[in-house]
Design a protein around this ligand. Structure first.
Ligand code: HH2
Length: 265
């Protein structure tokens, strides 16, 4: 899943795609490079980010979704939003799924997704982006994240979203310490009962904390963790800013992995 942030302030690519044409071009390039889904976002969820009004978020994402849909009628497009209003307009403009990092905080989100017959990625976020990294606490991070995602999934099912349309994401960096993030990444199997697992670690600050690397020095770590999550943790979708490099690593590693004696037995 390739990331297109139509935002001025996203932590790694903010401001790069403020012009819709640039964002559409970048999305088409990511599809060429092998992205299975393009994830278009108009509100940064980086730690400390301020909320964006729905009108502004729509002004950012709609031209990108419409432009990409016009250029490529088939490309699967997701809208990265936690607002039902934005999701509804994005789905009407041609998006196929909603990537909600807050796991249905907006009480109307599930019905919007169900009514559109869209897919849904349920993310886990503790707190609010503005304050979520101030001393996050869990008694048992694996159990609590799984239970909160399970509760969101039940709400989605109750609203009429079919089970096969739902994927789950532990929400790396969203109200979690370095240790919480590493525990979640090392135990993705705990989320398998809830549906296909999505992970997003691309360029994230856990690599700053773990390795002391700056924003533009995190590619290798992100790819390494993506491969581990896919092959060991069974993640089905990896969200990345660096589609070609991440896709190459995943495809090559998979070709080795699937030849293992007894694989699939
Ligand atoms: N991370 C970000 C945004 N959306 N969606 C899912 N499903 N999983 C993630 O881990 C995830 C996500 C944050 O990264 P980014 O979009 O690059 O930055 P920003 O939130 O600053 O726009």
């Amino acid at each position: 899943m390739g990331v297109i942030n139509a935002t001025p302030d996203s932590f790694s690519d903010g401001g790069r795609f403020s012009a819709p044409d640039d964002a559409v071009r970048a999305a088409l390039a990511q599809l060429e490079e092998g992205a299975a889904i393009i994830d278009v976002g108009g509100e940064s969820t980086r730690p400390g980010a301020a909320p964006v009004p729905a009108e502004e978020e729509l002004r950012r994402v709609l031209p990108v979704i419409e432009g990409l849909r016009a250029q490529d009628p088939e490309a699967p497009i997701s809208v990265d939003t936690s607002k039902a209003l934005v999701a509804k307009a994005a789905l009407a403009a041609g998006a196929d799924l909603v990537n909600d990092v807050t796991g249905l905080r907006d009480p109307r989100m599930a019905e919007v997704v169900a009514a559109a017959g869209a897919g849904l990625i349920l993310g886990h976020l503790r707190g609010e982006p503005r304050t979520m990294q101030r001393n996050p606490r869990y008694d048992d991070v694996l159990a609590e994240v799984a239970a909160e995602l399970a509760a969101a999934r039940r709400r989605a099912l109750a609203a009429g979203v079919p089970a096969e349309a739902i994927a789950v994401d532990p929400g790396i960096g969203f109200g979690k310490s370095l240790e919480h993030n590493l525990l979640l990444l090392g135990n993705l199997h705990r989320l398998h009962p809830l549906g296909p697992v999505v992970v997003g670690v691309s360029r994230k600050s856990l690599f700053g904390a773990l390795l002391g690397r700056g924003l533009d020095e995190r590619l290798a770590a992100g790819i390494g963790v993506a491969v581990a999550c896919a092959l060991e943790g069974g993640a089905r979708l990896v969200r990345t800013h660096d589609v070609r490099a991440t896709g190459d690593a995943l495809r090559a590693a998979w070709e080795v992995h699937r030849r293992r004696e007894g694989f699939g037995a």
